[in-house]
Design a binder for this molecule. Structure first.
Ligand code: CP
Length: 316
């Protein structure tokens, strides 16, 4: 297995099966620290730099909490407008990263431009973690989600994932790449305008991800082990931010999961949602035994503890 020490986490395209299991094992080891709300000194003396050019609740705060729980420190920005990258100067990624690399030991970057964290990694002497890049990928979210499936269901292998939402979306891309390393099926459900791009499907074919496309949640809900959700009503992820519109469109029934829809699901199935949600996942699902999105959000901290400690070489 390749070493994680010093490694950039930019994509799940090249992740190998044993690397998923390695991170799951580290996450299991660190989980009691998060559960008991303790801190450790595993990353004492290390600094995480958060460079967020797009809004975030979970990704930024889960990385920050992970760093604090492991005894490290955090600096950074949650809005590029407070930096020279977001004002008159529009400072380049290259120039910005040449500062950030001396302000900390690892960078987590979210950006509205696909490939921005990859560009940052080219110029950075410290590891760069992709916290979501435009429509590109969201690797740490999917690592969190597959860890959640492993914890809740024993294994990712043998599972059918019904992936509902915008399949041009970064999370869906990382899911498709990751599932190529497991004996799992991805059932794709999205409005036509949000279908996976042909180039992406060609990549999944090349990687050997098993997938099929359906048009209505009722076609696939009974076979699904993991109901994996993303909004279809959402902002344009290629912008730095979208403000609240005067009126939101509503999600068509084909792409909605409600308590009524869940009556047709397997009793053992679980519902994941990377959040935030719109109306595609109704709150009446929250009280069902299937709902696992709060556990997923908690595991977001645990997986980021595993990732940060690994790229910072704490296990070497
Ligand atoms: N799941 C996720 O990426 O959430 P945030 O946009 O709040 O980080």
């Amino acid at each position: 297995m390749r070493s994680f020490a010093g490694r950039d986490i930019l994509s799940l395209k090249d992740f190998e099966r044993n690397e998923f299991f390695h991170l799951f094992e580290i996450a299991d080891r660190l989980e009691p620290i998060a559960r008991s709300r303790r801190s450790s000194d595993l990353l004492a003396g290390k600094i995480l730099v958060t460079a967020f050019y797009q809004p975030s609740t979970r990704t930024r705060l889960a990385h920050e909490t992970a760093m604090h729980r492991l005894g490290g420190q955090v600096n950074g920005f949650a809005d590029a407008k407070v930096t020279r990258a977001g004002d008159f100067y529009q400072e380049s990624i290259k120039d910005t990263v040449h500062m950030l690399e001396f302000y900390g030991d690892v960078i987590v970057m979210r950006h509205f431009l696909q490939g921005a964290p990859h560009e940052a990694a080219k110029w950075s002497s410290i590891p760069v973690i992709n916290g979501g890049d435009g429509w590109g990928e969201h690797p740490t979210q999917i690592l969190t989600d597959l860890y959640t499936v492993t914890k809740e269901m024993g294994s990712v292998d043998g599972k059918t994932f019904l992936a509902i939402g915008d399949h041009r979306m970064r999370t869906m891309h990382s899911l498709g790449y990751a599932l190529s390393q497991f004996d799992a099926e991805m059932v794709i459900l999205s409005p036509e305008a949000m279908s996976p791009r042909p180039e992406h499907l060609a990549e999944l074919d090349a990687k050997g991800t098993r997938y099929r496309i359906v048009e209505h949640v009722d076609e696939a809900i009974a076979d699904a082990d993991v109901i994996y959700m993303e909004p279809v009503v959402q902002p344009d992820y290629t912008h730095s931010r979208d403000e609240k519109p005067s009126e939101y469109p509503t999600t068509p029934a084909n792409y909605k999961v409600t308590q009524e829809v869940m009556k047709r699901a397997k009793s053992t199935s679980i519902v994941l949602h990377s959040l935030p949600r719109m109306d595609e996942l109704t709150t009446d699902v929250d009280g069902l035994k299937h709902a696992r999105y709060w556990e997923e959000a908690y595991n977001g901290v645990v997986m980021r503890m595993a990732l940060l400690s690994s790229v910072l070489g704490a296990w070497e």
